[in-house]
Structure formats: C-alpha cells, structure tokens
Design a protein around this ligand. Structure first.
Ligand SMILES: *Cc1c(COP(=O)(O)O)cnc(C)c1O
Length: 236
C-alpha cells in the first residue's frame, strides 16, 4: 500500500474521530487509535509509521512473532486476540499491553509469563457483554472479582475493559453493548475502588458509536488499511 493512500484514509478517519468526539463533548486526546495490523506486511506497517502511527494491534502470536522483528524497534504492540496459555511466554515478551484477557486462566498465564521476563503488563479484561455462547470473554458478573484478583498480582495491571459486540449490520444496534460495558466499568470502579480508565471498544464499522459511549481505545483495521486477506507470513 502506498503511503499517500494510507495518509488519505488516516485523514478521513481522523475527521470522523474528531466529529464523534465533538458530538460527545469529549477531547480528541481521550480517544486512542489502535491501528489493527493483523494480516498486514511490515512494509504496510512502515508506511503507517511514516504517517505517525506507532502502536499496533495484532491478534495472532505466530504472526506477531514473525512480524515484529521486521518492524521498527520503537513501535508498541497490543495483543487483541484470544491467547492460548501455552503461548503466554511469547506474548509477554513481544506485547506492551493486552486488550483480550478473556479469562482468569489467561490472566494467570500472563502474570507468570510477565514475572519470568521481569515486566508489568497493563491488561484489559474482555467481557462478553451480550452473553453469546460462541464468544471469548468473561461474563459481566465475574468482572468485579477478576479485577480484584488482578489488582493483587504483581506483573499484570488491570487498566480497563474491552468488548467485541455481537455482529450487526446496523451499527446503531451495538450502542447498548458499548453502554453496558461503560456502566459495568463504572460499577466495578465503585465496588473495588480500583481505577479502570480504559474502555477498548469500537472497530471500523462502529467506532463512532463507541466514542459516543466512552471508548478510550478504538481498534481499527479495514477503515485504515483496506480489505483484509489471509494472515501475513514471511516469504523466506
Ligand atoms: C480484526 C480486529 C479488529 C479490527 O477490525 P476492523 O473491522 O477491520 O476494524 C478490532 N478488534 C479485534 C479484536 C480484531 O480482531
């Protein structure tokens, strides 16, 4: 992808983010853009870096492990996909933050892996707000106790909640799930006294609604990089 077309898409995206912030009476600086670079090559990421982007989201450990060493060293990487616990040690090494801590088991695996490499990782707990059987994520009623446990662990730091709402053709239909995540966050903060500043919610199709409902991280793939192909693999 050419830097120019990426730059144009980023400008369009920035306008939409700003407009959503204006509608919600929020500052642009409260909303972080997480470009989702899954399936994209290091060349595309280099072009994005030239446009001023320096933090990226990846969902597969294997792809991220091959890709990250081929990208500029100053970039930050966020995990946004389900983590198999046997890959936690890789995740701890290559990621700076995890949005997709979808069970206590994954949290414990990350805690142990981060302890082994001597780092503290900010984590968001992924919540299955709609209670869909097919989805990763903890149930809303588990969240208070998991946040309390996370707070007691020395190598993970709970900083917020994340959700992926059920699919809907009409983005307006997902507003209630974003709102539910924010209300859950507020309730959790009140019950635990633990600050959970981050709400990771909103993707290419629904980020404006997520911003209106309080998102602090929007995870954007296709609106920035175009249609996705299969996972990226090194050629040699
Ligand atoms: C792929 C992915 C995204 C980005 O999706 P787009 O619709 O392309 O913006 C966001 N969040 C997660 C967890 C993803 O897996």
């Amino acid at each position: 992808m050419q830097k120019d077309s990426l730059y144009e898409r980023l400008n369009v995206l920035e306008d939409r983010i700003q407009n959503a912030c204006d509608r919600a009476g929020r500052e642009r600086s409260e909303v972080h853009l997480l470009p989702v670079s899954k399936t994209r090559s290091p060349d595309v990421i280099a072009a994005a870096t030239d446009c001023g982007l320096n933090v990226f989201g990846e969902n597969r450990i294997q792809e991220a492990m091959a890709k990250i060493p081929r990208c500029p060293g100053f970039l930050q990487w966020h995990l946004i996909g389900h983590l198999q616990t046997n890959k936690a040690r890789h995740a701890a090494r290559i990621f700076d933050m995890a949005h997709s801590v979808d069970s206590e088991r994954v949290m414990d695996a990350l805690e142990n892996a981060c302890a082994a490499c001597g780092k503290v990782m900010p984590i968001l707990l992924e919540v299955n707000v709609a209670g869909e059987g097919s989805k990763f994520g903890m149930m809303p009623e588990e969240v208070v106790s998991v946040v309390e446990r996370a707070d007691g662990l020395p190598h993970v730091e709970p900083v917020g909640l994340m959700t992926i709402p059920p699919f809907a053709n009409d983005a307006e239909k997902v507003r209630k799930y974003f709102r539910a995540l924010r209300i859950l966050r507020d309730k959790c903060e009140e019950q635990t006294g633990i600050r959970l500043q981050d709400l990771s919610m909103g993707m290419s199709n629904d980020f404006e609604i997520a911003i209106e409902e309080g998102a602090t991280w929007i995870r954007i793939g296709t609106a920035l990089f175009g249609k996705r192909g299969s996972p990226w693999k090194p050629t040699e």
